[in-house]
Design a protein around this ligand. Structure first.
Ligand code: 5GP
Ligand code: ZN
Length: 147
C-alpha cells in the first residue's frame, strides 16, 4: 500500500505517522506542492529533454558539470527509501532513458555519473526521486565531502 506517498492532509495521516510528525515527514508527503510534479505538469517551465507516459527528463537549473540533466518518474515517489517492489520497472525505465539521453548528448564514450541523492546525508533537496546524470568532465571519487 502506497498511502504514505499520496498527498493527504496531516489530519488523516496514518496514526503511526502522526505521533509527532517530523519536518521531513511533512515535506515528503506534500506531493501537491512538489516542485518536480509541477515541472512534469508544465506548471513550472523547464528545459525538457524527453517525456513519455512514465518518465520525464530535463536539464538541471544549476548544472554541476558540462552535461547535467535529471530523469524523474511521473509518479510521485519521495525518496529512494520509499521505493516499493512495483516501482522496479519504473526505476529501470529511468535508468534506461538516462543512458539513451547520455548517448544522445555525446558522453557515451567518456562516461557519466548516474546519481540518486537520498535524504539529508546525501543532500537531497527535492523530495521526488530524480536521477542526476553528470558528465563531460572527469569527476573525483568519493564525491563531495561535506564542508
Ligand atoms: P537534489 O539536491 O535533491 O539531489 O537535486 C535537486 C536538483 O534539482 C538540484 O541539482 C537543483 O539544481 C535542481 N533544481 C532545483 N530546482 C529546479 C528547477 O526549478 N528547475 C530545474 N530544472 N532544476 C531544479
Ligand atoms: Zn512529485
Amino acid at each position: 500500500m502506497r498511502f504514505y506517498q499520496q498527498p493527504f492532509p496531516i489530519a488523516v495521516a496514518p496514526k503511526w505517522k502522526t505521533g509527532g510528525p517530523s519536518f521531513y515527514y511533512l515535506v515528503v508527503t506534500m506531493s501537491e506542492n512538489c516542485l518536480f510534479c509541477k515541472i512534469i505538469k508544465g506548471e513550472i517551465p523547464s528545459k525538457k529533454i524527453y517525456e513519455d507516459d512514465d518518465v520525464f527528463a530535463f536539464y538541471d537549473i544549476a548544472p554541476q558539470a558540462p552535461v547535467h540533466f535529471l530523469v524523474v518518474p511521473k509518479r510521485h515517489i519521495a525518496t529512494i527509501m520509499d521505493m516499493m517492489p512495483e516501482d522496479c520497472e519504473l526505476v529501470g525505465k529511468m535508468l534506461y532513458r538516462a543512458q539513451i539521453i547520455a548517448k544522445e548528448l555525446g558522453i557515451e564514450e567518456s562516461g557519466a555519473r548516474f546519481v540518486f541523492n537520498c535524504k539529508a546525508d546525501a543532500g537531497q533537496t527535492v523530495f521526488h526521486i530524480h536521477q542526476h546524470v553528470l558528465g563531460g568532465q572527469v569527476m573525483g571519487w568519493p564525491p563531495f565531502p561535506a564542508k
